[in-house]
Design a binder for this molecule. Structure first.
Ligand code: PGA
Length: 257
């Protein structure tokens, strides 16, 4: 089954509203001229930038989607500092990153938290981009595939195949994030293929064949083609290279070549 590539920009904690509007405008202008209809594109700015970015994109009538970088699983209530699925939905978010390694390591997010967020997003009609990936210690131990597949099982515990269809998995080896040290295409493919096999065990072959698996970790215009050429890599989750319109557009263009 042919999967439509997805290029997702994870802005992390970068860009004030004013800066976000400028960057979104640049991306929209470039893509409006040559919309890559064979790929999906999403930018994931900080919460406060979501609405302004979405307004720019709507005004420009581009099909670039917006996504959040995190969410809380309850719909409303006494959860100071949190943001809910209905709030993201109202802004027009189509995607939400969940379980990014920075949230797991810096903010103590557990596999159980990730699972609750995935379930809440699916119930609310927002596609989760579920991040998994091993540390250097796990890779050196030789247990990467078991570790990553366990993260996948935990994230999707209790989710039905029909509901998982729009979910996205992003394989992001922690040692490759923001370090300039990319996984080789072979290393990335080995894990992405194992993730797809795990998804097939959970949801059946057909569902797994339709689900998109992204690679993330120092993806850039120089290495994107070799990564996307791998059979189980359907796009990218990109940090640093998504903060400049020029490099992000090059990554989008690589999806449709
Ligand atoms: P990077 O970040 O592209 O800057 O390595 C990727 C990510 O953390 O999603």
């Amino acid at each position: 089954m042919a999967r439509k590539p997805l290029m997702a920009g994870n802005w992390k904690m970068n860009n004030t509203i004013a800066e976000a509007v400028v960057l979104t405008q640049e991306i929209a202008n470039r893509l409006k001229r040559a919309w890559p209809d064979k790929a999906d594109v999403v930018i994931c700015p900080p919460f406060v930038d979501l609405k302004p970015a979405r307004t720019v994109l709507e005004f420009d009538k581009t099909e670039v989607a917006v996504g959040a970088q995190d969410v809380y699983w309850e719909a409303s209530g006494a959860y100071t500092g949190e943001i809910s699925v209905p709030m993201l939905k109202e802004i027009g978010c189509e995607y939400c990153i969940v379980g990014h390694s920075e949230r797991r390591t810096l903010f103590g997010e557990t596999n159980e938290d990730v699972n609750r967020k995935v379930a809440a997003l699916i119930a609310g009609g927002i596609a989760p981009i579920v991040c998994v990936g091993e540390s250097l210690a796990v890779r050196d131990e030789g247990t990467t595939l078991e570790y990553v597949c366990a993260q996948v099982r935990a994230a999707f515990a209790g989710i039905e195949a029909a509901d998982a269809a729009h979910a996205v998995v992003a394989y992001e080896p922690i040692w490759a994030i923001g370090t300039g040290r990319t996984a080789t295409p072979e290393q990335a493919e080995e894990v992405c293929a194992a993730i797809r096999a795990e998804l097939a065990r959970l949801f059946g072959d057909e569902a797994a064949e339709g689900m998109r698996i992204l690679y993330g970790g120092s993806m850039n215009p120089g290495n994107v083609e070799a990564l996307l050429a791998q059979p189980d890599i359907d796009g990218g989750l990109v940090g640093g290279a998504s903060l400049k319109a020029e490099s992000f557009i090059q990554l989008v263009e690589a999806c449709v070549r």
